[in-house]
Design a protein around this ligand. Structure first.
Ligand SMILES: *[C@@H]1O[C@H](CO)[C@@H](O)[C@H](O)[C@H]1NC(C)=O
Ligand SMILES: *[C@@H]1O[C@H](CO)[C@@H](O)[C@H](O)[C@H]1NC(C)=O
Length: 762
């Protein structure tokens, strides 16, 4: 006999009950935040490739700091910030911690805050304090530094102020096609027995945290996956978050599209047409409307806030998704392999050269030869894997929140390493870079040639090159087999060239453990570090960590000290080995120090905090010239259209058509448009009384802002806005707007805007 069907109401209440149970079981308070850190989009050297010619001149999409805080209601808390920047910077970290101290006392310190960089090579440089990292940016760039410090602070403030009961779930899975080993010949020098444990020569695992508000549902996801931010090349000049920034943009938009967005016109589904449905059929009416909207003269914007119009307005309601960096040292996103640009043949396997020349060997991304396409594809692959892991995340983080942190002087650390039949004590060395460093990698060959003559080299290089130091015999012996190109650890004029004191840190949220490392670990170096920490946690007497512990490496975190290879990879001295600063035992030193942290973590001890890293802010030298003045030709105003869309233009969706408009503009350094936009695409609201709705801004992948001067020293400039019409765009009448700020001879800054003629998208 069939049992009587349960009533609908009963089922519903059962579902509700189940829902409440799972929601009320949270043990943590969670909070997230996100803030714009897009630096100067002109004149400033990009950080990463150390290519003096790679100067910012526009925006591909914006850079952000994304933060989460997880707290025990009456206990410990940890904060993690992911930066769309090449790497964390010691001086940025120091200044952020000072600000957090003045806001919150001892709630957030160097011990429980981690600040990590995604390793994009398309962000403005000059925000690091050690000389080596600011040679190509003409020294320190205050504007780059300020916007990052401000943005990190704001993202943490948002996360702190939004702390509420919630749960964190973890999930992980393999992503196979987003990274390849770019130094396989070095990897092959690792012992065969060790290599045989692993299926691949790079780590393919992505680990993801999903943050769920007990009342409103999912609010954020953060994941860690190892692949370099070098989908954009060393000649790109548009600010970009590269593949990880792309993935974050795609995932946040994906989530947001499920929820309506509040606009000035009321709640509308995001980017869904509010235009009448027959628009598509009625071309002549479209063109009529289009023709009636002529280009407006660049009226000065009286309220500067008008220039801060953008599509993603309500950040407090927004979903935050961060794609964090891991042990990417030898992992390239240019997955098609490295080829010679002259012959098209694969480069020499052992040396990545073409006929002996390294400058001809380039890695190819999946969109080759279009770097924007490669960036999108590698970003989309990470986004798709992350959204899949997000949808299926069921393992809840449970247990204590904890952290350990120490500053360690890596220039002279005694390290105990095992050798056949026992242990021996070895030492790390003062920082030095080998000749393999100058050769660069297949992602950016020939970068950073410090040895160039006086006739080349920029003003900052000329200032500092005289202090090049010949390493003493002890240093030569210590760094062997690295042939020393630059003895940076022993160069202190005009101030330190490289760090010697580095932070090491463990954050723990229940069974999830983050290892914050201040550099780029290679694949195998990362594996060894994770396994060393895992064995300490597993062997702890408390049995708190069972077999089920998730350990991720957060690369490029808290400060930057270049690469970390294994001892065997160091022997090969490819780029990564040549850039492993503290000698052959650098990795062993990390493993030793992290074991101490892990032991202290499980035993609840406090570890000695170690020597403070220096604050070199007051010593910084800056040679980047300021903006002198912006002008327009006679009879033309800032924001006037220089080159408009053709009259009565009509573009079909789906054909990849691109609309181009050029405005008379001014230097973007006058106003970074933080949390705003240099460019907007607006759509005419049907029945909206001539009102326009912003639908795309310069944070969208389809919209590019390109800034240029007619000649290098000209005070005139152009802002070209390119909109590749997405297939998903609604039919309707559109226009393009540009926002900027100009500088007068006396130094005052005035905002302006300009508007193109209207055009139809059908
Ligand atoms: C790379 O170098 C190794 C060790 O010197 C050598 O055995 C191997 O044949 C080289 N491979 C190629 C493809 O040149
Ligand atoms: C916009 O410029 C691109 C080249 O950058 C060109 O291919 C395209 O045809 C232009 N669009 C229009 C509508 O002229």
């Amino acid at each position: 006999m069939a049992s009587p069907a349960p009533s609908m109401a009963f089922l519903l209440s059962l579902l509700l009950f189940a829902g409440m149970c799972s929601l009320s079981s949270s043990d943590y308070l969670i909070g997230v935040g996100s803030y714009d850190i897009t630096g100067p989009a002109a004149d400033v050297n990009m950080m990463g490739y150390a290519n003096s010619d790679q100067i910012a001149s526009g925006v591909h999409f914006r850079l952000r700091a994304r933060a989460f805080i997880v707290a025990e209601p009456r206990g410990n808390r940890v904060a993690f910030v992911n930066l769309d920047a090449c790497m964390a910077s010691q001086i940025v970290t120091i200044k952020v911690l000072e600000r957090l101290k003045s806001r919150y006392g001892d709630l957030y310190t160097e011990k429980n805050v981690a600040i990590s960089g995604i390793h994009t090579h398309a962000g403005p440089g000059g925000y690091l304090q050690y000389v080596t990292y600011i040679v190509t940016s003409l020294g320190f760039v205050r504007q780059s530094f300020d916007v990052i410090v401000d943005g990190i602070e704001q993202s943490i403030v948002q996360a702190h102020e939004s702390l509420r009961p919630g749960s964190v779930f973890v999930n992980s899975g393999e992503l196979l096609d987003a990274g390849v080993n770019r130094s396989p010949s070095a990897y092959l020098n690792n012992p065969a027995s060790e290599r045989s444990i692993y299926k691949y020569d790079v780590d393919k695992e992505m680990a993801l945290l999903k943050f769920v508000d007990s009342r409103s549902g999912p609010i954020a996801s953060f994941n860690w996956f190892a692949t370099h931010g070098t989908s954009m090349s060393r000649t790109n000049s548009l600010i970009s978050g590269d593949n990880k920034g792309t993935a974050a943009r795609l995932m946040e938009d994906w989530f947001q599209q499920r929820a309506p967005v509040r606009t000035e016109m009321g709640e509308i589904p995001r980017r869904v047409s509010t235009l009448v449905s027959d628009m598509n059929k009625n071309h002549s009416r479209l063109l009529e409307i289009a023709a009636s909207y002529k280009s407006s003269k660049g009226q000065p914007v009286t309220n500067p806030l008008d220039a801060k119009v953008r599509v993603r307005k309500d950040s407090s309601r927004s979903f935050v998704s961060a794609f964090c960096q891991s042990n990417c040292g030898d992992v390239s996103p240019n997955v098609l392999g490295a080829f010679c640009i002259d012959t098209g043949l694969p480069c020499d396997f052992n040396h990545s050269t073409c006929n002996g020349k390294n400058e001809l060997c380039y890695g190819r991304g999946p969109g080759y030869p279009d770097e924007f396409e490669s960036t999108r594809i590698i970003g989309e692959r990470q986004f798709k894997k992350a959204s899949e892991l997000f949808n299926k995340a069921t393992e809840q983080l449970k247990g204590r929140i904890g952290y350990q942190h120490a500053y360690v002087d890596f220039s002279k650390l005694e390290v105990s390493v095992s050798k056949p039949g026992g242990f021996e004590t070895v030492k790390t060395c003062p920082a030095a870079m080998g000749f393999g460093f100058a050769a660069g990698t297949t992602d950016g060959p020939g970068a950073f040639d410090f040895r160039q003559g006086d006739d080349k080299g920029n003003a900052f290089w000329k200032l500092v090159r005289n202090v090049l130091r010949t390493p003493g015999p002890e240093q030569v012996e210590c760094q062997k087999p690295k042939p020393i190109l630059l003895d940076t650890g022993e160069m202190k004029i005009p101030y330190d060239w490289a760090p010697s004191i580095l932070p090491v840190q463990i954050l723990r949220i229940g069974q999830f453990v983050i290892l914050s490392v201040p550099g780029e670990f290679t694949t195998m170096a990362g594996r060894r570090l994770r396994e060393a920490v895992r064995s300490v946690l597993a062997s702890s007497a408390s049995k708190e960590f069972g077999n089920n512990v998730h350990i991720v490496i957060a690369g490029l975190t808290n400060t930057y000290s270049q690469y970390v290879t294994t001892f065997e990879e160091y022997e090969v001295q490819r780029y990564e080995g040549a850039s492993t600063l503290y000698g052959p035992h650098t990795l062993s030193a990390y493993i030793q120090e992290f074991k101490k942290l892990a032991t202290a973590l499980v035993n609840g001890q406090t570890i000695e905090s170690g020597p403070q890293p220096p604050d070199l802010l007051s010593k910084q030298i800056s040679l980047l010239a300021p903006v002198v003045v912006d002008v327009t030709p006679l009879g033309v105003s800032f924001g006037d259209v220089k080159s408009d869309v053709a009259p009565n233009s009509r573009f079909a969706r789906g054909g990849g058509a691109q609309v181009n408009v050029t405005f008379w503009s001014a230097c973007p350094r006058n106003d970074l448009m933080t949390e705003g936009s240099f460019a907007l695409v607006e759509r005419l609201i049907d029945g909206g009384g001539g009102r326009w709705l912003p639908v795309y801004d310069d944070d969208d992948l389809c919209l590019k802002f390109k800034w240029s001067r007619p000649t290098r020293l000209s005070p005139e400039s152009y802002g070209r806005i390119e909109w590749r019409i997405p297939d998903s765009a609604s039919a309707g009448v559109y226009r393009i707007r540009h926002f900027g700020a100009s500088k007068s001879l006396l130094g005052s800054i005035t905002t302006f805007s300009g508007t193109s003629s209207a055009f139809a998208v059908v």
